[in-house]
Ligand binder design. Structure first.
Ligand SMILES: NC(=O)c1ccc[n+]([C@@H]2O[C@H](COP(=O)([O-])OP(=O)(O)OC[C@H]3O[C@@H](n4cnc5c(N)ncnc54)[C@H](O)[C@@H]3O)[C@@H](O)[C@H]2O)c1
Length: 418
């Protein structure tokens, strides 16, 4: 592209995360959202309206299918924001247009996870590389200002003087996802381990890696020890609540997905030292709302961060009868009492940073550092964690997971079954 040109972005998938990216785009200065497509035209039209109201795109075209969107001459790059079970077919539809010469794209950004299995993630990466596209893996947490600032400071002031950090702890917890397909193991690829530990393991790897270095090169996987459980949603009462809320959901008394996962990943770092990522995720945390927490420990230093330790809080008295909302914090659980407010969630969780970084890279013809190869490494780590949890043993590298599908995703897992 010529210098000074703006990047035109086409969005595929107009759901929850599509709306988050639209809001994040208010912090992106060199790209516009120019086109949207989704499974239903009404959701695509709603997102197009939101984009225009936010001023992050004008004359946004709503396309009926992916082929039409990627052929749109205004579209230079696509953001893939559709559910996990569509990942391969959506990327096939995009790359088919590019390799046949019917569409000209610079780059593609893909939401987590890259695939539900290692085989799917490899296929996605292969398709994108085969089409010659620049690619970014949309792992927002690596772009959260609270993490990037602390990471830079800890490495500059701590690690330089005392040596590399050795333990990263990352947790993501909330009270459960917002759409049926997340709850159905086959569609999602598993449960909370697949849905949210992808964030925690990548955030942990990022924190343990020096600024500017490649995570996959700096950290060599050694082993993982993991456990999963169904703590809340497999209970009869809560399985019934799920069935009422999401009519097509699987029966959680018979084949639940895990709502709790814990994993300890050991790596060797670039100095040859053992280092650890300790990750915890759950859909069974009932607090104010989504809570992301991080710690990094090194020989003479440490950092910690929690998204619920906010700068602002509001208090709403018992006399206020408030309707349910999600206006204070993502996955909000209450509208009364002392509540935290995350003032700019798109910025705090890292969506603004990732969108800004990838559009700048694509405009410059540069491969983003957080690439789909990172996405594949994350899937490999997560599948090894599922394998460890299923076997009740530590899994050590090298491990071949090409043909592995978690029992949860096959509907064959139920910790309450004797
Ligand atoms: N980075 C994060 O923190 C984060 C948060 C939420 C979701 N996600 C990821 O983003 C993706 C989408 O999640 P969501 O929460 O927006 O889901 P959602 O169910 O809210 O929305 C998905 C949208 O995709 C559309 N869609 C479905 N199949 C399609 C197809 N074949 N072609 C085009 N559109 C299709 C649906 O109509 C819907 O509008 C998932 O992979 C999820 O894991 C990431």
């Amino acid at each position: 592209m010529e210098t000074g040109q703006r990047l035109g972005v086409g969005v595929i998938g107009a759901g929850f995360i599509g709306s988050f990216h639209a809001r994040a785009w208010q912090g992106v200065r060199d790209a516009d959202i120019v086109a949207v497509t989704s499974r239903t035209r009404t959701s695509a039209e709603a997102l197009a309206r939101e984009v225009q109201e936010l001023g992050v795109g004008a004359d946004v075209t709503v396309h009926d299918d992916i082929a039409a969107l990627v052929r749109d001459p205004r579209v230079d790059a696509v953001w893939v924001l559709t559910p996990n079970f569509t990942r391969v077919e959506v990327v096939q539809a995009i790359t088919r247009e590019v390799t046949s010469g019917r569409a000209r794209l610079i780059g593609i950004a893909v939401e987590k996870p890259l695939g539900r299995t290692v085989a799917e993630a490899r296929e996605v990466l292969g398709l994108v590389e085969g089409a010659g596209l620049l690619h970014g893996y949309l792992e927002n947490q690596l772009f959260s200002p609270s993490i990037t600032r602390a990471h830079g400071l800890v490495w500059e002031r701590g690690a330089k003087a005392a040596g590399t950090p050795y333990l990263a702890r990352a947790a993501e917890e909330h009270s459960g996802p917002h759409n049926t397909w997340f709850w159905n193991g086959a569609d999602e690829g598993g449960g909370v381990l697949n849905d949210m530990m992808c964030h925690s393991v990548e955030a942990g790897r990022f924190l343990l890696t020096p600024p500017g270095a490649d995570t996959g090169t700096w950290l060599t996987p050694v082993s993982v020890t993991a456990s999963i459980n169904s703590l809340k949603w497999g209970r009869t009462r809560y399985a019934a609540e799920l069935a009422r809320t999401y009519p097509d959901v699987v029966d959680y008394t018979k084949s639940p997905s895990e709502d709790y996962a814990h994993a300890v990943f050991e790596f060797l770092n670039g100095d040859g030292e053992p280092v650890v990522v300790e990750a915890t995720t759950s859909w069974s945390y009932v607090g104010a709302g989504l809570r992301l927490s991080f710690e990094l420990l090194g020989p003479e230093y440490s950092m910690d961060s929690s998204t619920l330790s906010t700068e602002s809080r509001v208090f709403l008295s018992r006399d206020l009868q408030q309707g349910r909302g999600e206006d204070l914090v993502e996955k909000q659980n209450a509208e009364q009492g002392l509540m935290p407010i995350v003032s700019d969630e798109a910025m705090s969780y890292g969506y603004t940073g990732e969108d800004r970084a990838f559009t700048a890279d694509f405009l410059a013809g540069r491969q983003p550092r957080e690439s789909l190869a990172n996405g594949l490494q994350v899937v490999e780590l997560l599948m090894a964690a599922y394998r460890s949890a299923e076997m009740g043993q530590t899994v050590t590298w090298p491990v071949d997971l090409a043909g592995f599908t978690p029992a949860v995703a096959k509907g064959e897992w139920n910790p309450r079954r004797k």
